[in-house]
Design a protein around this ligand. Structure first.
Ligand SMILES: CC(=O)N[C@H]1[C@@H](OP(=O)(O)OP(=O)(O)OC[C@H]2O[C@@H](n3ccc(=O)[nH]c3=O)[C@H](O)[C@@H]2O)O[C@H](CO)[C@@H](O)[C@@H]1O
Length: 288
């Protein structure tokens, strides 16, 4: 077991399934993967005296905030969740708060509430390779552009936004990764739990992302308008200032860069990591 083999002081928990729509169809799977896994990990950490924990939570714990309450802050109410995916994140946050309350001088827990991480590493070598049918906007968009999927469904054209599509706080995945590196230096100041919004602070509609992606890939994206997707919230973006103040972190990459980097990953790896000979030759050892 990893805890016996290595001298571990901090655990980052990135595991879990992450599709809002799928979670409404497969709630047991979501509760099993997204909650049991983290509970087992925390139990092992306690047995091996590992105190520092970073949890990948999500803005989904805020539910559907009132438009008057945006940008959303870490102190705003959580728990009015729209789907099993969201509830698993919320219940895990509750578990972490309870753990910390039980042993406040022991645990050092950072809860990162990611908004919508997208994009890929600028090298085009590291990106998201969804198994099966992707559920999220950006991988679907990229699959239409490379010709793996005929058309993009746009879910909702009647939201109260400038173009009728929902608003999200899309954030470059490299900015998300950099936020994690910042946490390592901060554990000595943490007692119990600390929560951070990890977003840009700027809301973009689904249409903004489609238009930016068309520019990145240099071609129009075939689309059709569909009804609203169950579980979708109309509008959410964050106030990320707490992370800047405490961790010295802020998102630096624009939504056009998110699209350009994602497109580079897809053009270099149209079949994802199935064709990862370049990576293997480069010495990166990716296992399937
Ligand atoms: C507000 C919220 O709960 N956000 C969470 C949700 O993102 P969220 O569900 O917003 O992420 P998606 O990428 O699936 O959807 C983003 C936007 O694109 C639209 N869309 C999506 C797919 C598609 O084919 N066509 C289309 O129009 C959706 O309606 C939505 O407006 O799950 C992500 C993990 O999966 C989490 O990281 C986010 O924190």
């Amino acid at each position: 077991m990893a805890f016996d083999r290595f001298n571990i002081d901090t655990v980052f928990d990135f595991t879990g399934r992450k599709a809002v729509g799928e979670s409404t169809q497969l709630p047991i799977l979501y509760y099993k993967y997204n909650m049991n896994g983290t509970m087992t990990l925390l139990k092992c950490m306690r047995e091996h005296d590992v105190q520092n924990f970073v949890f990948s939570s999500s803005c989904t714990v805020y539910g559907a905030p009132s438009p008057d309450n945006l940008p959303i802050k870490e102190t705003d109410p959580v728990g009015c969740c729209q789907c099993p995916y969201a509830k698993c994140k919320y219940f895990t946050e509750c578990l972490l708060q309870d753990l910390a309350q039980g042993e406040p001088d022991y645990w050092r827990i950072i809860i990162m509430r990611y908004f919508n991480p997208v994009g890929a590493h600028e090298s085009g070598m590291i990106g998201e390779d969804p198994r099966g049918d992707p559920q999220n906007l950006m991988p679907k968009l990229a699959q239409v552009a490379v010709g793996k999927r005929p058309i993009l469904n746009i879910y909702g054209e009647d939201y109260e936004t400038k173009d009728g599509s929902p608003i999200r706080d899309y954030i470059h995945v490299v900015d998300v990764a950099k936020a994690h590196r910042k946490t390592i230096k901060n554990f000595q100041d943490i007692r119990g739990t600390e929560v951070y919004n990890i977003g840009t602070g700027e809301g973009k509609t689904a249409w903004d992302m489609v238009k930016a992606f068309e520019i990145a890939c240099g071609k129009p994206i075939a689309f059709q308008m569909c009804g609203r997707r169950p579980g979708d919230v109309p509008k959410i973006y964050c106030d990320p200032s707490k992370a800047e103040k405490d961790l010295g972190w802020r998102a630096e990459r624009s939504h056009t860069q998110m699209c350009a980097d994602l497109w580079r990953f897809y053009t270099l790896n149209p079949n994802g990591y199935q064709d990862a000979s370049v990576l293997r030759e480069s010495g990166l050892n990716i296992e399937y």
